[in-house]
Ligand binder design. Sequence first.
Ligand code: IDP
Ligand code: MG
Length: 163
Amino acid sequence: AKPLAGVKGTFSERTFIAVKPDGVHRGLVGKVIQRFEERGYKLVGLKQVVPSRDMTEEHYADLKKKPFFKGLVDYMSQGPVVAMVWEGKDVIRQGRAMIGATNPLESAPGTIRGQYCISVGRNIIHGSDSFESAEKEIGLWFGKAGELVDWTQSGAEWVQSDN
Ligand code: IDP
Ligand code: MG
């Protein structure tokens, strides 16, 4: 079977993207999906969930010692979260660039955060920050067998060629 995060540096690379509760309440799910679709990335996983506190703490485990950790877990675990896995060349790094800086006030205009938000505590979207994070996060949110769809996009050749 294909590794959860695909193969780094190839067209099968995958990243975990989530529209956070503020983004869902504000009706921004479609905008986020549209940007990844239009860029040429392929959606291979999608679901709406209310993550448990345990799940949220595991997702943000590296931030456990931060003063904002409890607030972050409160925010995220109230849900709903729209969780996605996107696939394509360099999608992890490109996804982070499309999202913008953690603090929306530092995000370039035209990035997702730079266009749709102004508070670090309500920055509407998450994206994996490395291949290792993508593996961990896809496993955590979509680990159950059969939740990711392996499909070949018709017309993929119009997106995928370096020649
Ligand atoms: P990232 O989402 O850009 O990867 P991280 O540093 O991994 O940023 O932080 C995870 C999330 O924690 C941020 O997206 C934001 O929601 C929240 N966060 C980060 N720094 C702060 C802060 O200083 N105050 C409140 N929330 C924060
Ligand atoms: Mg992060």
